[in-house]
Design a protein around this ligand. Sequence first.
Ligand code: 13P
Length: 254
Amino acid sequence: MRRPIVVGNWKMNMLISSSGHWVEELLNTSDCAGTFDIVVAPPFTSLSVVRKSIEGSKIQLAGQNMASEAEGAQTGEISAIMLKDAGCDYVILGHSERRQYHNESDELINKKIFLACENALNVIFCIGESVGEHNKDKTNDVIERQLFDGLQGLKEDQLNSLLIAYEPIWAIGTGHTANPNQVQDVHSFIRSLCEKSFGKDLARATRILYGGSVDSQSSSALMAQPDVDGLLVGGASLRSKSFYDIIKSSFKGD
Ligand code: 13P
């Protein structure tokens, strides 16, 4: 019922020339058929070339971030409508790197989620605890706060376009993938919170992704968990081959 999804987040990597080449390689060398979604989130400067290269394929486009205002005097910002205009169907919001290095608060992220939903963008809403919080057994508290504050005031029809990405900060870029059973526990907790706040149907339909040092070794055990509906891949998405290996191992026999 929940369509699996793999998202490549290139972060601040890849020039225009390498971006087009990445897509070509993925499409030329790989069979991406199957009942799952593939999304790539290039830097803003590469959106246009990637949009052109994915034309006619199943690959979809995501923005890595978005402004909290709809338009106007916001030098350096990219609005929701601009992302739509550039061909994006998705946007990543609340990533821990935005929270950490750009001081994004739950309140600001909530504002962005509203705008993204209003503009028919599917939101990949990232939440996750730091290593200190993890060690103090605070994971569930952090998840609950980020989830409720980030989604405060959203109506059911807006939440339909929501995906949640659990990205423990201690697993991002460290090579320490979280244990699949632990991931399952957190995902099932997230789903139970969604059910409490938004009802059973919505909770059942919401896709929950895991992100944090995912590679082709860890992907299939993660995707085998009942509440893991997708993967948000950073470093291993930068080479089309390793991204494809993740797709292949995640959807064996699909
Ligand atoms: P890595 O896969 O490099 O750990 O990054 C995960 C991530 O932050 C994706 O958004």
